[in-house]
Design a protein around this ligand. Structure first.
Ligand SMILES: Nc1ncnc2c1ncn2[C@@H]1O[C@H](COP(=O)(O)OP(=O)(O)OP(=O)(O)O)[C@@H](O)[C@H]1O
Ligand SMILES: [Mg+2]
Length: 546
């Protein structure tokens, strides 16, 4: 009971919002507060709970009635927060105390600004102007990245008005629109501007998307040329990509700001993949655009008519979601990454989840996050623990289904069996609505609107100690994909390339050989970690301290 009281005290006594919205319960809590403090004071001299209660039988009765009153307060608070969360589903992923802080400062966007990264993870703060007087609300003119350094202006200032649960959604829409405009402009200027000017001007995710869009256009042209009888078309494409990549590697060696360097490094990472695709297609003598080797790649397309960016992979089509990603590093795309992308997107098309399973440190979580970044979808990663109960999972599912975000449940099989089986029912509610094309889904008695971009991923280390086998009902909802150790030589090569090395392939292989030899020949002491997942980190370290 003590914990319940201490927790609620900060909310009911400390929060003006709660006092205003739940006056009856706030008053009830004042009574509880007096009672609890009195009991604590009375028994503080005894310093022994059993003795204190046995001397005065009234204390136990008093505590019992306080407990039931506390539960009533707790319930009304939960109901109140649930209402707000239903209006703006991303609040499901904000802790109770943060949410109360947001709600109580709803009229003061400058104070809510502090919490922006809890709503859109890659945004640290909004740039606000005006709002000096209490009656005047400020306007947002742009936003700052919390992942890497980046500032993006909004097309026009947006006045933050209304209740916080409403303007939060409006802010997300503003960010989406700003990015859509950026992508449109970037696509239009890609051919006109020099790479250097273009890279420095546009945001990271827009550069990468534009680059991939033009790669798709070029590849389509190549297939048309092959059909017209040009045998060397794919070879020319490969050479074109190598030239582009060499240009970028030269550029990364010039004097750049940290933010610019990060953008070019990401561009090199993705361009290296494009280069490898054209090489593989050439080696495999792929001549038709309908062949699987090309179909299984993420193909980006900007459609002017719809003013939207589309992503095709095999027979699945998605729209680019324009969630802000920030200016962070991207993973190297290996054949394993490609395989996970195909399975995950096919799962989405089939209205299922995806379950990457494999040994620790093979990139399951990171690859899932990277796919979300590619498609600009909001993703939440949850570290599953045996302590999680079905109620907290229910809230997560409600949040995911209603906001259309992706959820990546790390170490999913650490949840206990009972929770796992309830979890399968909860996820099935969402999937059933998706399959039936219903606009809403019902979970825990609550009907919420359904956002069709919702996705779920569960990553697991099968066969590890303390892991629960998944129930069959749950397995049926997820497409499995086996993850093995990635091609670290390729990862190493790419990382060296993005640091400015042109002879990266040879160097990458040498690095891996060195690591394997060290692991085999040197002492097996615990503090020597020759695990290959460490290689990317040590490559970066050696390069940055050179
Ligand atoms: N394609 C890749 N490009 C770059 N680095 C990678 C790639 N794949 C894996 N890594 C490296 O492997 C590390 C581990 O990845 P991640 O945390 O996703 O593994 P995991 O499979 O989820 O492991 P666990 O089972 O322990 O959760 C990453 O930090 C990253 O450095
Ligand atoms: Mg993981």
């Amino acid at each position: 009971m003590w914990y319940g009281w201490a927790y609620l005290e900060t909310l009911f006594i400390g929060s003006e919002e709660v006092k205003k919205e739940l006056p009856v319960d706030a008053e009830r809590f004042v009574g509880i507060d007096v009672d609890v403090k009195k009991v604590l004071k009375d028994i503080s001299s005894t310093k022994n709970a059993v003795k204190a209660c046995s001397t005065d039988p009234e204390i136990v009765k008093k505590l019992e009635s306080t407990q039931s009153k506390l539960e009533m307060c707790e319930k009304s608070l939960a109901n109140y927060l649930e209402q707000k969360r239903r209006i703006f589903p991303r609040f499901y992923f904000v802790s109770t105390s943060d949410l109360l802080d947001i709600l109580s400062n709803g009229n003061d966007p400058a104070k809510v600004n502090f919490h922006t990264d809890k709503i859109i993870a890659a945004i640290s703060t909004l740039d606000l102007i005006g709002g000096a007087t209490s009656s005047d609300r400020p306007s947002a003119t742009g936003f700052e990245s919390s992942v890497g350094v980046e500032n993006i202006p909004l097309p026009k200032p947006f006045k933050i008005e209304g209740r916080v649960e409403h303007y939060m959604q409006a802010i997300i829409n503003q960010v989406t629109n700003a990015l859509r405009e950026c992508l449109k402009v970037s696509n239009a200027n890609f051919v006109k501007d020099s790479t250097e000017v273009w890279v420095k001007r546009e945001p990271n995710q827009i550069i990468l998307t534009t680059s991939l869009t033009f790669f798709t256009i070029k590849m389509e042209e190549t297939f048309t040329a092959i059909a017209a009888g040009d045998d060397k078309a794919m070879y020319k494409m490969w050479q074109f990509k190598i030239e582009g990549l060499t240009g970028l590697i030269d550029l990364v060696r010039t004097k750049l700001t940290k933010a610019e360097r990060m953008k070019i490094m990401c561009l090199i990472t993705l361009d290296a993949h494009s280069r490898d695709i054209s090489k593989n297609l050439m080696d495999g003598q792929v001549t038709e655009r309908t062949q699987f080797e090309w179909q299984s790649q993420l193909r980006f397309e900007w459609r002017d008519k719809e003013n939207d960016c589309y992503i095709n992979i095999v027979d699945a089509e998605f729209t680019y979601s324009f969630e802000y990603i920030g200016n962070g590093a991207r993973l190297v795309i290996t054949p394993l990454t490609d395989r996970i992308y195909v399975t995950a997107t096919q799962a989405l098309k089939l209205k299922m989840g995806c379950a990457p399973a494999g040994p620790a440190g093979t990139g399951k979580t990171e690859t899932t996050k990277d796919l979300a970044a590619m498609m600009a979808v909001c993703i939440y990663v949850f570290n599953c623990a045996p302590e999680m109960d079905y109620r907290s999972l229910g809230d997560i599912w409600k949040g995911l289904g209603a906001s259309g975000a992706w959820g990546c449940f790390d170490e999913f099989n650490r949840l206990i069996a009972e929770v796992l089986s309830v979890c399968s029912t909860q996820y099935k509610c969402i999937l059933d609505s998706l399959v039936a094309n219903r606009p809403t889904f019902t979970l825990d008695g609550a009907e919420l609107s359904l956002n069709v971009s919702v996705g779920a991923y569960i990553t697991m280390n099968p066969g590890y100690l303390g892991r629960t086998p998944l129930p069959e009902s749950l397995k049926a909802l997820f497409r499995p994909v086996t993850v093995v150790v990635p091609d670290f030589a390729l990862i190493c090569e790419n990382m060296l390339m993005s640091e400015g090395y042109t002879q990266a392939r040879l160097l990458g292989v040498k690095f891996i050989n060195l690591y394997t030899l060290c692991g085999d020949l040197l002492s097996k002491a615990k503090h020597y970690d020759w695990c290959q997942t460490e290689i990317p980190k040590s490559v970066c370290h050696s390069v940055f301290t050179r």
